[in-house]
Design a protein around this ligand. Structure first.
Ligand code: MN
Ligand code: MN
Length: 458
């Protein structure tokens, strides 16, 4: 493998670091899908993107060069730059997900046990529960009240804020626990968040919990019942950090898949007047099967394409179907980067490495490629050409040895429109752990790969 760092001189390396710093700040600030959408809109508007809803409402025509975005239910963000060619010829699409594994509060979360107040949770996505104990955790989310107002909650990020956490048994009393299998050491139902220990004055029953409720009432004007219509996500507290003595990597929460989401988004920010219409979609619910109205299986994106056809010359069913079928897509998600501590899970010829650049996965899936979008080699050849011509560093990989495990992405969902789709993305270590690790140069290569894909794919 040619290490991508070797391509760059001192000045260019600084560009890699500068881009990575923007990303480090993004994942430090954006730890939920909603926060990613909000920040994404802010970035897009700064780069001249306008709300597509406004064009739809006013029946304003879209012309080549126009930049628009659309927010679906606060949890998906789709962006388009209208190309010179007709939409019927298809789009070049970048897709990534902005939900990450985490721990969600239940609808009735609060209780008290011997003067300790706790919050009950149900974890989201695939986690090793034992990794999430004895860490400073923060609460991010929304509480939707009956009067229609929405209260944004972020507790634990400001250094003056308190954090919360999940306790673990002391080693001195862990003789039995240490005999358990790793998936039983911490049971899912035992991921309870400690939130308080000080009783409310003059309160007799559950005084500690009552005190917490009073704090929430005073600061956010919310009641215990309001948790029924809330989404509070418990995530690692604190910012992402430079990792390694050479600061060549970033350790942060939610690289999966915000590292592909941010790079896809920023790629679109660099593009002006593309030949074909280019698009970026940042979607929710990938970690739990892409279901629901905000997952990739929702028709929201398809509906948007119909709106675009309408606004670029009038809706036509055939043109709409052709637009989807003629599109090309990079379905971007993180890959399992080689980890010297665990070499046994990899087959070394088909493994990705830090410094190797963006990763292409012809297929993912498990047990005989099951459930995978197996990308067409004609399509892969076209991408190779485009990336090589632009001197983008890229590599290919499978997720581990045959029958070692596997995973799924959003690729197969878009492929059903008969568009060309391939999985690609950035290699990470510690995937799905509270603190994941990615290489800065791979992040930079991914962004460049996305720009090139959007501009150059025929
Ligand atoms: Mn992912
Ligand atoms: Mn994942």
């Amino acid at each position: 493998m040619e290490n991508a760092w070797n391509k760059y001189n001192k000045k260019q390396k600084q560009q890699v670091f500068d881009f990575a710093e923007g990303y480090r700040q993004f994942i430090s600030d954006c730890k939920t899908e909603r926060e990613c959408v909000k920040k994404g809109v802010e970035i897009a508007e700064k780069h001249g993107f306008k709300d597509l809803q406004d064009f739809i409402d006013k029946k304003k025509a879209l012309k080549p060069g126009d930049k628009v975005y659309f927010v679906n239910k606060s949890k998906d963000l789709a962006l388009f730059i209208i190309g010179k060619q007709a939409l019927e010829n298809g789009m070049n699409i970048l897709g990534a997900h902005i939900d990450s594994p985490r721990i969600d509060l239940k609808q009735h979360p609060l209780y008290e046990d011997h003067d300790i107040a706790l919050a009950d949770t149900h974890y989201y996505g695939g986690i090793k529960a034992y990794q999430w104990v004895t860490l400073p955790l923060a609460l991010h989310g929304v509480v939707c009240k009956k009067d229609g107002s929405i209260v944004d909650i972020v507790i634990g990020e400001d250094m003056k804020d308190p954090v919360v956490g999940i306790s673990d048994l002391l080693i001195h009393l862990a003789a039995q626990q240490m005999q358990k299998k790793a998936n039983e050491v911490i049971e899912g139902e035992d991921l309870n968040i400690t939130i308080g220990s000080m009783p409310l004055e003059k309160e007799e029953k559950d005084a500690v919990k009552a005190n917490i409720l009073k704090l929430l009432k005073d600061k956010y004007n919310i009641e215990e019942d309001d948790f029924v219509s809330a989404e509070i996500e418990v995530v690692p507290a604190g910012p992402a950090r430079d990792y390694g003595l050479d600061s060549s990597m970033i350790m942060g929460y939610g690289h999966d898949d915000r590292v592909c989401a941010y790079t896809s988004l920023m790629a679109l920010m660099e593009i002006e007047n593309p030949e074909k219409t280019v698009s970026c979609m940042l979607v929710d619910k990938e970690e739990v099967g892409s279901i629901g109205s905000t997952g990739m299986q929702s028709y929201f994106y398809e509906n948007l394409v119909a709106e675009l056809i309408e606004l670029t010359g009038g809706y036509d069913y055939l043109k709409f179907r052709r637009c989807l079928a003629n599109s090309k897509m990079l379905s971007s998600d993180v890959s399992a980067a080689y980890d010297p501590n665990y070499p046994a899970v990899n087959e070394m010829k088909n493994t990705c490495f830090f410094g190797g650049g963006i990763v292409m996965n012809k297929y993912v899936g498990s047990r005989g490629k099951s459930g995978s979008n197996d990308a067409n080699p004609e399509f892969i050849a076209e991408i190779r050409k485009v990336w090589d011509d632009a001197k983008v560093s890229w590599q290919t990989a499978e997720i581990g040895k045959v029958n070692q495990g596997g995973g799924g992405t959003i690729a197969y969902i878009m492929a059903k429109y008969n568009m060309q789709v391939i999985d690609s993305g950035v290699g990470v270590q510690n995937m799905h752990a509270p603190w994941e690790v990615a290489s800065k140069v791979d992040i930079y290569e991914a962004k460049n790969a996305y720009v090139t894909f959007c501009e150059k794919m025929k």
